[in-house]
Ligand binder design. Structure first.
Ligand SMILES: NC(=O)c1ccc[n+]([C@@H]2O[C@H](COP(=O)([O-])OP(=O)(O)OC[C@H]3O[C@@H](n4cnc5c(N)ncnc54)[C@H](OP(=O)(O)O)[C@@H]3O)[C@@H](O)[C@H]2O)c1
Length: 155
């Protein structure tokens, strides 16, 4: 699972991201390139367009929904079968992270310092199962907040 979250667990606002951190977008690109991505229909619709070099597997309950470039699935099992690869990136949003929390192996977290206003929150993960294995801090610069890249793995 790949997520950028503020200290108050905010991940989204008004259907989009509450911040713009180009270095984090670059990292997201590097982490996902060539891999199937699973996402919710709302996150798919929030993207600026199809992300090149990656499959977009989109969860919806709406049997009539379709979009160019989206591989539509109706449940978590189907999403993983459709992906058909050992390494799959789950890219949100909150509803989809909640579902995958129990089956994911790793969380690539961008932890943004400070609280941020928003309307979509990352579900809590159980600290007994998730272990932090690395952390790299990036200092604040200009109007960009400080943040850390944190890797968590499920024990
Ligand atoms: N900071 C980050 O890392 C990050 C990452 C991703 C997204 N975001 C932000 O998060 C917000 C969107 O998140 P969200 O939680 O509102 O929406 P979401 O998880 O992207 O999508 C929710 C939709 O997924 C479908 N869905 C949910 N559960 C399902 C299930 N069990 N089976 C089939 N389909 C299912 C439904 O689609 P239908 O309504 O079509 O049935 C539901 O409305 C945006 O603001 C976005 O920018 C932030």
């Amino acid at each position: 699972m790949i997520v950028a979250m503020a200290e108050n667990r905010v991940i989204g606002r008004d259907g989009g991201m509450p911040w713009h951190i180009p270095a984090d977008l670059k990292r997201f690109k590097a982490l996902t390139m060539g891999k199937p991505m699973i996402m919710g229909r709302k996150t798919f619709e929030s993207l600026p367009g199809l992300l090149p070099g990656r499959r977009h597997i989109v969860l919806t309950r709406d049997r009539d929904w379709e979009a160019e470039g989206a591989e539509v699935v109706y449940g978590i099992g189907n999403a993983l079968i459709k992906a058909g690869e050992p390494e799959v990136c789950v890219i949100g949003g909150a509803e989809i992270f909640r579902m995958f929390m129990r089956v994911a192996d790793a969380i690539e977290l961008t932890q943004i310092q400070g609280a941020v206003e928003g309307d979509t929150y990352m579900p809590e993960w159980d600290r007994r199962w998730w272990r932090e294995v690395s952390r790299e801090k990036v200092e604040a610069e200009g109007d960009q907040p400080a943040y850390s890249y944190v890797r968590l793995i499920a024990d």
